[in-house]
Ligand binder design. Structure first.
Ligand SMILES: O=C(O)[C@@H](CO)OP(=O)(O)O
Ligand SMILES: [Mg+2]
Length: 734
């Protein structure tokens, strides 16, 4: 049986089962595909563990019972089991005696202090029951300023499991600590404790906590310096009036006339204190202690949508190169599968696509390392996370990788997991992906930018520009747009053939004729539009992706098809001339990624009448986009989810674009697979435009076909974006 079923049958959580597995108590077999398979005896073993735990045993203490059950094949009447029970009873009697003594000692302590829930005596060790008065307490209705600029109120603790560590005072370079600080028991070590929570942050999230906060009585300004200097991945909360201490009667102490928090850590689950760590005597090891506790105490609210299994494999993309495919299985049996695309004309700031470099396989292009990262580190880190909590899953991926460009694990590894998780979550919710992500308002079908003539890095012809696209701006529906595109595609094929050109296709399914200039290609395309019975610019407009980074060198544009070099100014003039001559409504990467002068000149020249899309220059990266916005370049962004490596980061970038008034074009890569996720993402985000290649090759048409299905499913609610989503809604005279 699978882990979800075992959890169901034994009334426990998958996370707990995973813990029993890690402890070597109830260990499943691994099937060829990586899934866990439990034998029927597992039900009895788990029930036994649960029973013993309700009797007060820790998981570790159940080991002799479980081992004797395994030895006796699931029965507990075996002589070994009987002697284990007798030993346990003897042990229990000793413990009862010890605990009775502890209880009496504590009762007298309570009588003596009759005050704070946690006595202010952190200098010496207290039994864990000293904080019993705090367990079960509600988080009070207080709000705190956080170092990330947010305000954290009680609502932030609802529905979450939070690690909230309280600390006294962090040291600051060049600032003396209060007099006598080092002599106060438990005062030193706050910085080191904060670093522990930093270093184990990803593991803490993976172990079932949703958020970590540090809290102290210092001001937000003081805390910000610390958060910045230590690069803390979690926010610090400022409580200068010690209001939490007052509300929960927490221990404090005085030094040099100021009151400080005692070090103490709370686990707050769904707004209620679930556990208290006090005193914290070994700050350097404290985060580890909290991590162990979390692993030992699975979240009682652990959902059936927790991630059970993460599997990955090497498959082929449309160019016959290997790429990563990931399967994510949730506890409830929902499966999400995602395959990662791959670019040819890549931006230098793209997240790293990890290739093995082993020339003995796939000419060095194997992706076994990325697959290995998914099967190993990533699977371990995300197992047990809630598949519906995409932000946490992606945050764990980002932190686990730890680099700015995903070069350690590979963006191909992180993206496969990120997308497979969201797809599994959609299955679990019983919703199509576009609606699961976009909600009931996800009804906009994008304008397709259909790449019917390929050049540049995508074809073996002399055309310098990479993509010549048609955009059926005048169609009444997406289905009609597809029909119009297909008709023009076939008209063009006939025209090329008649002109003695060959009609084989390039990487994105567009024709790759032996033309030399953009003028020649555009003349063919305009004629094909008219000859198909459509009015250029009114029914069908044209879009270009020169992918100019590919032929920009030494400050100039090298047109090899025309055998000439254009200066930046000449190149901009040339694009402007093309835009005046043909019904061009969108130009992507009209300037190279590092030619900001060209980008600026182009934007100033054409920005008010033509959509100018940044691909290589932005790399779907919010920071690069912000930089571009402040430079006043482009007015639109191309969105390729593998350029950043997680869904959440892509959505953040799209949000930034929306806020700046930039349009966004959802995009494939030149190396694609049968995966159609971007079709759903285009509808989910309502961005209104998609670039997914030509009207041939299944890796391209798969996306159009998925959009046709979505339009059909939405029925009358579907809205075809047409020209409305193009920046500036450019209209072009016929
Ligand atoms: O430049 C582009 O826009 C893309 C997709 O068409 O090409 P590649 O995936 O090769 O970067
Ligand atoms: Mg491009």
């Amino acid at each position: 049986m699978r882990v979800g079923e075992l959890a169901h049958r034994t009334g426990t959580t998958v996370r707990a089962l995973r813990y029993y597995e890690a402890a070597g108590l109830v260990v499943p077999r691994r099937l060829g595909n990586g899934y866990r398979e439990y034998d029927p005896i597992a039900v009895r073993l788990v029930e036994q563990i649960r029973t013993l735990m309700t009797l007060g045993f820790s998981v570790e203490e159940t080991r002799p019972f479980i081992e004797s059950m395994i030895d006796s094949d699931g029965t507990d009447g075996h002589p070994a089991a009987l002697s284990t029970y007798r030993r346990a009873i003897a042990g229990l009697e000793q413990r009862i005696e010890r605990l009775t003594g502890q209880r009496d000692a504590l009762l007298s302590l309570v009588d003596a202090t009759a005050g704070p829930a946690v006595p202010p005596t952190a200098g010496r060790a207290l039994g864990s029951t000293s904080s019993v008065g705090l367990v079960g307490a509600l988080m009070p209705g207080l709000t705190f300023r956080a170092t990330d600029g947010t305000v954290v109120g009680p609502a932030r603790f609802d529905g979450h499991r939070t690690v909230l560590f309280l600390y006294s005072l962090s040291s600051r370079p060049g600032v003396a600590m209060p007099a006598g600080w080092d002599d106060i028991p438990g005062a030193r070590g706050c910085t080191v404790a904060a670093c522990g929570f930093r270093d184990l942050h990803a593991e803490l999230l993976a172990a079932g906590c949703d958020q970590v906060y540090g809290l102290s009585a210092q001001s937000t300004g003081y805390q910000r310096e610390l958060a910045h200097r230590l690069r803390l991945p979690y926010p610090l909360l400022a409580d200068p009036r010690l209001s939490l201490a007052t509300a929960l009667r927490l221990p404090t102490f005085q030094a040099d006339g100021t009151t400080y928090y005692r070090r103490l850590t709370l686990i707050v689950t769904d707004g209620v204190v679930e556990h208290v760590f006090h005193p914290v005597t070994e700050p350097a090891l404290h985060a580890e202690q909290v991590l162990r506790w979390l692993a030992d105490h699975p979240d009682p609210r652990s959902p059936m949508t927790a991630i059970d299994t993460v599997h990955a494999r090497e498959i082929l993309d449309s160019r016959g190169n290997p790429t990563v495919e990931v399967d994510v299985l949730l506890d409830d049996g929902s499966l999400g599968r995602a395959a990662v695309p791959s670019g040819a004309s890549t931006g230098t700031a793209e997240a790293v696509e990890l290739r093995d470099g082993d020339t003995g396989r796939y000419h060095g292009k194997g992706v076994r390392r990325a697959v290995g990262a998914v099967l190993g580190e990533i699977a371990d880190a995300v197992a047990g996370l809630d598949g519906r909590d995409q932000a946490t899953v992606d945050r764990v991926l980002i932190e686990l990788d730890g680099t700015a460009n995903k070069s350690r694990l590979g963006a191909n590894a992180t993206l496969g997991v990120s997308l497979a998780v969201v797809k599994a979550a959609a299955v679990s919710a019983g919703q199509p992906l576009y609606r699961y992500l976009g909600g009931p308002d996800a009804v906009i079908l994008p304008l397709p930018l259909m790449n019917i003539v390929n050049g540049g890095a995508h074809a073996d012809n002399p055309l310098d520009f990479q993509e010549f696209m048609i955009a059926p701006v005048g169609a009444a529906s997406f289905a009609e747009a597809v029909r119009m595109g297909s008709e023009v595609f076939h008209t063009l094929r006939a025209a090329l053939k008649a002109a003695g050109q060959h009609t084989s296709v390039g990487d994105e399914g567009g024709f790759a004729p032996l033309l030399r200039t953009a003028h020649e290609a555009l003349a063919f395309i305009s004629a094909a539009i008219s000859d198909s019975g459509y009015t250029p610019g009114v029914d069908i407009a044209i879009a270009l992706d020169p992918a100019a980074s590919e032929f920009y060198r030494d400050g100039a544009y090298h047109y090899r098809g025309e055998d000439r070099v254009r200066t930046v100014a000449e190149h901009v003039d040339y694009l402007a001339e093309l835009a005046e001559t043909y019904p061009i409504v969108s130009i992507e990467d009209g300037a190279a990624q590092d030619d900001f002068e060209g980008w600026k000149a182009l934007t100033d020249r054409l920005g008010d009448r033509c959509q100018l899309v940044g691909d290589d220059v932005f790399c779907t990266n919010a920071d690069l986009l912000y930089d571009g916005i402040s430079r006043g370049i482009a007015n639109s962004i191309l969105v390729k989810v593998n350029q950043v490596g997680t869904l959440t980061e892509m959505l953040t970038t799209m949000q930034a674009a929306r806020q700046a008034g930039y349009s966004a074009v959802m995009s494939h890569r030149s190396g694609e697979t049968e995966d159609t996720t971007i079709a759903d993402l285009a509808v989910a985000t309502g961005c209104g435009q998609i670039k997914t290649g030509s009207l041939s090759r299944s890796d391209r048409t798969a996306k159009y076909n998925q959009l046709l299905r979505i339009e059909e499913e939405l029925g009358e609610r579907a809205v075809y974006a047409g020209r409305t989503s193009l920046t500036g809604h450019p209209t072009v005279a016929a």
